[in-house]
Design a protein around this ligand. Sequence first.
Ligand SMILES: Cc1ncc(COP(=O)(O)O)c(C=O)c1O
Length: 116
Amino acid sequence: MTTGLYLDHNATSPLRPEAAAAMQAAMAITGNGSSVHRHGRVARRQIEDAREQVALLVGAEPGEVVFTGSGTEANALALHGCAGRRRLVSAIEHASVLQNAPGPSGCPWTKQVSSV
Ligand SMILES: Cc1ncc(COP(=O)(O)O)c(C=O)c1O
């Protein structure tokens, strides 16, 4: 455990004990949610229950909730997932957003703006 005042909530925030306990319980379940055997189906049920809870929390349909492994993956998915639509990206976005913006390695269909 680290001591002192933590101020970098822009990067990450302390995990609530309830969330840590729920994660620990979920991680104790062995099974790949894509497998068809019993262990896989139990894992899949956990994922689908979580999807339904998140959907309820944000007022969405479960089918609209997509889990990703990281913020970077979520940003890339969001930007690449609506190809063909116009989107604006500010100059102060996280690097994972800017890497999907116009430029030598970015996406040609995303416009980067320096002021709004
Ligand atoms: C806005 C934003 N996007 C993406 C990331 C990167 O997240 P990850 O390290 O989970 O890929 C961060 C990390 O701080 C972030 O603040």
